[in-house]
Design a protein around this ligand. Structure first.
Ligand SMILES: Nc1ncnc2c1ncn2[C@@H]1O[C@H](COP(=O)(O)OP(=O)(O)O)[C@@H](O)[C@H]1O
Ligand SMILES: [Mg+2]
Length: 248
């Protein structure tokens, strides 16, 4: 398939600990992810969502099984975690552009693009602000722009809005979709919010409690471009109810 992004075959992950013995965090994970898909991973706490995301992002290795990437090699990926982890002494633009500095990318094109992303995220007026001057939602916006700054084709997000209030979260959901529509990234998004997963995703991967396995993959057939009002539709409610039933 020409839209193929990555595939996992029989991924297993066991953590060994002298004190606690072995923990089987992932068991037989088989996934196919297409380019430009928005995929959410949902499941009870401790079921292995972060472990799976880290393995997909090559930040950790599976105990067995394999990942096949589109071009046969690891892809560049951007990461966003629950904590924005900004450098306190650098301003918004310097934080967001930090990957470009690391890559020694001084091209006007890349920095102009960064400014466009800051604008798209409503951060233009705060380019010179320090992290301590920002709200939680704004800090997370900076970390999203930072992850997008070097134009990696994939974005991996681990409960990025988990620590934010509901109103800010809904707002950032919309912004993220806007960015996704414009940049055409593949996004893999871990969340514990069923509503968030339904609102954002093309498909929702439901994981079961330990050992973390894929329980079901639910296709979300809601209109794109998604609008806030979709949350009030019967179809949206049916998806959330169905997912709540599976997760239990
Ligand atoms: N580095 C680690 N060492 C040992 N056990 C770990 C480690 N990371 C995660 N685990 C265990 O693996 C399981 C899955 O963890 P995690 O992937 O963080 O779950 P989730 O993100 O779904 O809450 C949990 O039981 C956790 O305690
Ligand atoms: Mg986690």
């Amino acid at each position: 398939m020409n839209d193929f992004c990555l595939q996992t075959k029989g991924l297993n992950k066991v953590y060994h600990s002298v004190l606690k013995g072995d923990t089987v965090a992932l068991k037989d994970i088989n996934l196919d992810i297409n380019k430009r898909e928005f995929i959410s991973i949902i499941g009870p706490s401790g079921c292995g969502k972060s472990t799976l995301l880290r393995i997909l992002g090559c930040l950790d290795k599976p105990t067995s099984g394999e990942i096949i990437y589109q071009d046969g090699k690891e892809q560049e990926m951007g990461f966003v975690f629950q904590d924005s982890v900004l450098l306190p002494w650098k301003n918004v633009r310097e934080n967001a552009g930090f990957p470009l500095v690391i890559k020694k990318d001084k091209t006007k094109e890349s920095w102009d693009k960064l400014d466009d992303l800051l604008e798209l995220s409503g951060l233009s007026d705060f380019k010179n602000s320090l992290p301590k001057e920002l709200s939680g939602g704004m800090k997370q916006r900076v970390s999203i722009v930072r992850a997008l700054s070097y134009d990696a084709p994939m974005l991996l997000m681990d409960e990025p809005f988990g620590a934010l209030d509901a109103i800010t979260r809904d707002h950032l959901n919309l912004e993220l979709l806007k960015i996704w529509e414009m940049t055409k990234k593949t996004i893999i998004f871990v969340t514990h919010s069923i509503e968030e997963a339904v609102f954002l995703s093309d498909r929702v991967i439901v994981m079961s409690a330990r050992p973390g396995q894929i329980k079901e993959i639910v296709e979300i057939d809601l209109e794109r471009v998604r609008k806030e009002s979709v949350r009030d539709t019967d179809k949206f409610q049916e998806y959330t109810k169905y997912l709540r039933g599976i997760i239990g």
